[in-house]
Structure formats: C-alpha cells, structure tokens
Design a protein around this ligand. Sequence first.
Ligand code: HEM
Length: 146
Amino acid sequence: MEYSVLLILHVFLAIVIIGGILVAFLIVLPYARKTNDPDFAFTFIKAFDRGSHAILTIQLLIGFRLGMLYLPISEWFKFETHLSTTMVLKLLFWVLLFASLIIGKKMGLSSPEKGSLKTAAQYFGLLSIFALALMVLGLNFRLVLF
Ligand code: HEM
C-alpha cells in the first residue's frame, strides 16, 4: 500500500514539475516572444517559481523513500546493479535542478528586471534537460534501459 501511494504522489508531482518547466519552455516563452508580450512569460515564471522549491523538496523525500523500498541506502553507492546507478544519477539530477532554480533566480535569468526572454528561454531549456533526465531515470527503475 505504501509503495502505491508514494508512486502515485511521485508521478503526480513529476507531472507538475516537468509540465511546468516544459509549458514555460515550449509554449509560454515562444508565445510571449511571438506576441512581443514579455510580461506574459515573466508572470507565468514568477508563479511557477513560487511553488517549485517546496514541490521539489517533497519530491525528493518521496523519491528517497521509494528508493529505500527498492534498495537499502547502504547499497546505493556500490553501483552493483542498475538500481544503484539510477538512484545516484537521480539524486545528482535532482541537485542540478534544485541548484539551477536557486542560481537562476539569484541571477535574475527569468526576471523582467535583470533578464530577457532570451535568457529565460536558455534557462528553461537547461531546466527541461534536467527534468526530462529525471523522468527517464525514474522509468529506468522498471524498464532497465541502461
Ligand atoms: C523533479 C524531480 C523528479 C521527477 C520529475 C521524477 C520523476 C519520476 C518518474 C516519471 C518516475 C517513473 C514512475 C513510474 O515508473 O511510473 C519516477 C520513479 C522513481 N523516482 Fe523519481 N523523480 C524525481 C525525483 C526523484 C528523486 C530525487 C528520487 C530519489 C531520491 C527519485 C526516486 C525515484 C524512484 C525510486 C522511482 C521508481 C518508482 C517505481 O517505478 O517503482 N525520484 N520518478
């Protein structure tokens, strides 16, 4: 029962995180550029930014517990199976995504004051790579792609 509830929550939060980043990168930013309405994009990004850190932290806690159900923590850094490799890569990409959100915000890459639609698009392009990597790695637990 615990596993099912955690997996459902994990996939739901994954949809919110990956969805928010990809909608910004593939729909909102191109539309703001096309209509020359940067505020449209910056308002969306500001709203996404508000909840992103909290959701990512909850996602880490759920993912951590899911990982423990697959493999004892003592085995994670032994790289003896695809499970341990995938687990460590997941943690790495989570840190990259979380850190990018903090650094990007500090640098104002997606703010109207310091940034531009171009810097915001580059920034969300990078976030999209990390988010999609987390999705593929998540599926790798069962699909054993590598
Ligand atoms: C933004 C962050 C994350 C996203 C978007 C994400 C996304 C996903 C997705 C899409 C799956 C596949 C679910 C399925 O097979 O139905 C998954 C599974 C999994 N994730 Fe994550 N994940 C994230 C963070 C983490 C973190 C930080 C950890 C570990 C510390 C983690 C551990 C796991 C585990 C163990 C599974 C396998 C669950 C299973 O299929 O049984 N995830 N994740």
